[in-house]
Structure formats: structure tokens, C-alpha cells
Design a binder for this molecule. Structure first.
Ligand SMILES: Cc1cc2nc3c(=O)[nH]c(=O)nc-3n(C[C@H](O)[C@H](O)[C@H](O)COP(=O)(O)OP(=O)(O)OC[C@H]3O[C@@H](n4cnc5c(N)ncnc54)[C@H](O)[C@@H]3O)c2cc1C
Length: 163
């Protein structure tokens, strides 16, 4: 595959191709609740373009979205954008065959102390009616905390009783 780039000042240039992709991006605030101009019929909400599991617009099959522009119910983070980008590229090249999977995405807030999480939290697990037990511990006395003079640290793990 050969990729041709056209800068705005080359607007008069032409080339032939088997497939033409128009790649653009929009900030969330610019995504209207009904459509993304000038693409007709692209449904979106404030979380982004509404897409299928193939990351294809649910209302305009010529449009795919990944990263911050797509509403896939995952956090808007760089690794999630890269993950979606690979799926979109694969589906554009070989037809819809790669689906987005609901993989757990770790998140970290680099505060003092830092806060990190992965998977479902206790509130969501309770709301979903899951049977689980909680294992939590204060780790302020652990070497890893004392080493950095951190007097406030701990963890909580939810263990699914069903598996
Ligand atoms: C302050 C801040 C801190 C963050 N910290 C983290 C972090 O610690 N870890 C993490 O994982 N994520 C972090 N994120 C989120 C992360 O930056 C985004 O999730 C990620 O960059 C999304 O990638 P993207 O390719 O979808 O969009 P972007 O990275 O936003 O790329 C879109 C590109 O499209 C361009 N563009 C816009 N409009 C047009 C147009 N009309 N035509 C052509 N090009 C256009 C833009 O200039 C931009 O280069 C942070 C975000 C912010 C704002």
C-alpha cells in the first residue's frame, strides 16, 4: 500500500487509488449531538461518534472512528486510541473483521499519593448484582511505602465468587 499525503496548498492535485480515506479529528466539544459536518448522518453524542463493534459509524457506513472521537464506552486515553486505531485500519483494509473488545483499561492519577485502578469498582459490581468478596489492606507499613515516606497507602481487590 502506498500512502499519499496532500497538504492544504496542494488542493488542485489529483491521484487515482483503490481506496481513499479522509482522515480528520474533532475535539469532543465540536462534535454536535446530531451530526458531524460535513459528513451527513453521522450520529454522535458528547462521548463521540456512535460506532458498532467494528468502530464503524452506526449511521454512515463510510465513516469509522477511533480514539477520543469514538464513543466506545472506554476511557479516553492514549493506549485506547492506539488500540482503536489498529482496529479501524484493519477493517478499512480487509473489511469488517476486527471487533473492539471490552478489555479492562488501567487508569492512574499521578497525585500524591497516586491512585490507580483496573476493572470494575465495588459500586458497579454491587449494582450488577455480582457475588464478590473484598480484600483490602492498609499498606502504609510496607517497605514500598516507607521507602518513599508515604504514610497513606493501601489497596482493595474485588474477588468474584463466581469464578
Ligand atoms: C491534559 C491532558 C492530559 C492527558 N493525560 C493522559 C495520560 O496521562 N495518559 C493517557 O493515556 N491519556 C492522557 N490524555 C488523553 C490522551 O491525550 C487522548 O486520549 C489521546 O491523545 C487521544 O488520541 P486521538 O488520536 O484520538 O486524538 P488526539 O491525540 O487529540 O489527535 C487528534 C489530532 O487531530 C488533529 N486535528 C483536529 N482537528 C483536525 C482537522 N479538522 N483536520 C485534521 N486534523 C485535525 C489534532 O491537531 C490532533 O493532532 C490526556 C489528555 C489531556 C488533554
Amino acid at each position: 500500500m502506498e500512502v499519499l499525503w496532500f497538504a492544504p496548498r496542494q488542493l488542485g492535485a489529483s491521484a487515482s487509488s483503490r481506496q481513499t480515506w479522509w482522515c480528520t479529528a474533532r475535539a469532543e466539544s465540536q462534535i454536535s449531538t446530531t451530526s458531524i459536518l460535513p459528513l451527513p448522518g453521522v450520529q454522535a453524542d458528547k462521548r463521540g461518534v456512535k460506532v458498532s463493534e467494528f468502530l464503524q459509524s452506526v449511521s454512515n457506513p463510510a465513516v469509522y472512528a477511533a480514539g477520543d472521537a469514538a464513543n466506545i464506552g472506554m476511557p479516553k486515553l492514549t493506549p485506547v486510541a492506539a488500540y482503536g486505531g489498529g482496529i479501524v485500519a484493519a477493517n478499512l483494509l480487509k473489511g469488517n473483521h476486527r471487533k473492539v473488545e471490552n478489555v479492562p483499561v488501567p487508569t492512574v492519577a499521578f497525585t500524591v499519593p497516586p491512585l490507580a485502578a483496573v476493572g470494575m469498582n465495588e459500586d458497579s459490581a454491587t449494582k450488577q448484582g455480582l457475588r464478590f468478596r473484598v480484600h483490602q489492606e492498609d499498606t502504609a507499613n510496607w517497605y514500598s511505602s516507607k521507602r518513599v515516606a508515604e504514610d497513606c497507602s493501601g489497596f482493595k481487590v474485588l474477588i468474584d465468587e463466581g469464578n
